[in-house]
Design a protein around this ligand. Structure first.
Ligand code: NAP
Length: 354
């Protein structure tokens, strides 16, 4: 018997259910960590009044966090650099955790290291031992916690030896400052290199999640093709960033005449590029399927993603309590084979296909 693998055939009666506040959970990669089907992206949370580039202020964010927990949305995603390398997304989460200490164990908190933010020499960024350790110490302070549940490398570093980076994370795990490890914006070759180092050295630190761009309209981005399939076969969960295509896969862009300031694609200046005729046609077909089944477009997108082999939790960002409520409801939807077939029929003409 392989003692390194799970053995569900030997399990007795489980001590807990795999849900919290009505939200189903799923395992993150080949680990014992369970995460809510629908999580929360916090990239756009900060202090917009300071010009940090965020969209969601502290007051709104604190309401969103309260409601997220009530809905079982407990897998929270942030990064040290979010909002012009300000650390403000982590700071707002820290403010909430400080005033809700009883909730700390309910939240699975993920953050990232790589880019420079709090210094200017060449040693203030990338995946050297020094930058990893200093970045994690700074994140722990901003988050006001004593450990990070999941630490991602935000990008691949071609210059630093992989063993140096992984052994820094291993040391953090030994000190219980970090509990699990993932990577972000990695190609299949980069993931394979990490897996080889994990297998061929004595370092005890394994990638259990990869966070790359993915949504059902566009699939994986060009340079990162094949990662979802690789993840599905190697005990890694694929955590999609921008899973709603920055809001395109929601009801709000179905009538473009109503889109304007306050809507993300408009504010970010990509509305015209993102809403070409073929994309809009597809969007309307998906929306009519969703409506036929009593769902919203964002719910169909999330529920469908959750059925894809290798897919981890869905970490959409939200700008309001209503949005997190709508997204959370999708975490419980189990699409049947016929529904999945009809969604695929709409998506299948995509060059990249999903
Ligand atoms: N690892 C990386 O390099 C990386 C890169 C990007 C993002 N991320 C992570 O991925 C998370 C999600 O990505 P994202 O924010 O780019 O895109 P997203 O989740 O695809 O889209 C979020 C946007 O969609 C709109 N929205 C969400 N739920 C809605 C609903 N129910 N109804 C209507 N509109 C809704 C909101 O826009 P409005 O503000 O217009 O309402 C929101 O800002 C981020 O928070 C971050 O944690 C990681």
């Amino acid at each position: 018997m392989d003692y390194r693998k799970p053995h569900p055939e030997l399990y007795g009666v489980p001590w807990t259910t795999d849900e919290f506040n009505g939200m189903p959970y799923r395992l993150l990669g080949a680990s014992g960590l369970r995460v809510s089907n629908v999580g929360l992206g916090t990239w756009k949370i900060g202090y917009p009044e300071t010009g940090d580039g965020s969209r969601v202020d502290e007051k709104t964010a604190l309401h969103i966090f309260d409601r997220a927990v009530e809905l079982g949305v407990t897998f929270w995603d942030t990064a040290n650099r979010y909002n012009n390398a300000s650390g403000n997304s982590e700071r707002v989460i820290g403010t909430w955790l400080k005033s809700n200490p009883d909730q700390r164990r309910n939240i699975v908190l993920a953050t990232k290291v790589f880019g420079g933010m709090d210094g200017f020499t060449p040693n203030h960024s990338r995946l050297s031992r020094g930058n990893i350790l200093d970045s994690v110490y700074a994140s722990l302070k901003r988050l006001q916690v004593d450990h990070i549940d999941l630490l991602y490398f935000h990008s691949f570093d071609p210059d630093t030896p992989v063993e140096e980076s992984l052994s820094a994370v291993e040391d953090l795990i030994r000190q219980d400052l970090v509990r699990y490890f993932g990577v972000s914006n990695f190609t299949v070759d980069q993931l394979s290199l990490y897996r080889a180092v994990e297998n061929e050295t004595s370092i005890r630190c394994r990638v259990i999640a990869v966070q790359n761009q993915f949504d059902i309209l566009h699939g994986e981005s060009d340079s990162y093709q094949g990662v979802l399939e690789y993840a599905a076969h190697t005990g890694i969960s694929f955590v999609a960033w921008s899973p709603l295509a920055r809001g395109l896969l929601t009801e709000k862009y179905l009538d473009l005449s109503k889109v304007g300031p306050g809507d993300r694609l408009y504010d970010e200046g990509t509305l015209e590029k993102d809403t070409s005729k073929p994309v809009m046609e597809k969007l309307h077909k998906l929306a009519s399927l969703a409506h036929e089944w009593g769902l919203k477009l964002n719910q169909l997108a999330i529920a469908y993603m959750l059925t894809l082999p290798g897919m981890g939790p869905i970490i959409a960002s939200v700008s309001s309590v209503q949005q997190v409520e709508s997204n959370a409801a999708a975490g419980k939807i189990a699409l049947n084979d016929e529904q999945k077939r009809r969604i695929r029929e709409v998506l299948i003409n995509e060059d990249k296909g999903v």
